[in-house]
Design a binder for this molecule. Sequence first.
Ligand SMILES: *Cc1c(COP(=O)(O)O)cnc(C)c1O
Length: 368
Amino acid sequence: MTTDPVAALVDVAVPSVDRAWTAEAVRRIRADQTRSADTHLVKLAMPPGWQVDLYVKDESTHPTGSLKHRLARSLFLHALCTGWIGPDTTVIEASSGSTAVSEAYFAQMIGVRFVAVMARSTSAAKIALIEREGGVCHLVDDPSTVYDVARQLAERSGGFYLDQFTFAERATDWRGNNNIAESIFDQMAAEPHPVPSWVVVGAGTGGTSATIGRFTRYRGVDTRVCVVDPERSVFLPSYSGRPAPTELGSRIEGIGRPRVEPSFLPSVVDRMLGVPDAASAAAMGFLAERLGRRMGPSTGTSFYGALRLACEMRAQDRAGSIVLLGCDPADRYRDSFGDQEWLIAHDLDPRPYRALVEQAWESGQWPG
Ligand SMILES: *Cc1c(COP(=O)(O)O)cnc(C)c1O
């Protein structure tokens, strides 16, 4: 059998999203980045006697007020450049709030509709922020259904489910491109201990710890990643090979999940610390006084873990530096973690932990 060489070439073109539209959408998002300054790496003034320096990477100063600004930008660029979003696509996300605020901002910027699927318990303030950015909130009674509802809405409407919990770890350029890890290491360059012994962060999607953990290996630096985990989260139990304890959601917004998210990569996490929620509240209050910036509860969780690690280094007579992530501002929690009465009413009395934090801070020794 002979083959016609001309007819043997198979030529198929599937219409893709209008390239000029994609180019303009990408340009708008990159222009937003170009207009933005980097976030501050703030050094904490320590009492005398410490050879360990603590730094807070303050992610609250992004245009949409949290580290989710970076994630939302990465998710949109990833989806646009993969051809998943076009001018008529409704973008849908499952979120506990902050991601949706940032994604609504970028959706409006490129002129596509945005729907956030969230638990009915989401604070009115968060809902107002999303709506201010032109987003629509779709509230569900059972928080564990947000993923399925988002996927179904996308299927039914021909929309696109952005899926932060799957794509966070791969939408970010972990080798560089001014990702959060590169930014931290660049900003540490002129410090006495420019290579931090630890970077401390919580995990929501797990994307931030994945980026930092991969980056430290790529650069070959001797920095370890410690993930702090709140109560009611499955990350720490799964990391230590124990069964997951809970169906209840985490009370520390942004971190701690009821399921092990695909973007959480335990292989790049060197250590995990489980932090009681009342300790996060105490640490949040203490840090606000020392830092002169009021950060949210997940930053309190990270500060509590960082202080513990700092005491450990001091006990070993090691000098060095520790960087913790400041993820969002306290003003989003005025009626919850920022309110002493609310804390007591929710069985989160911070006072015993406040005493512990003060003692550790002044003495350099972790009690017990
Ligand atoms: C998302 C979030 C985190 C954790 O970041 P991930 O990269 O999703 O693991 C921490 N704190 C707050 C307030 C967040 O919104």
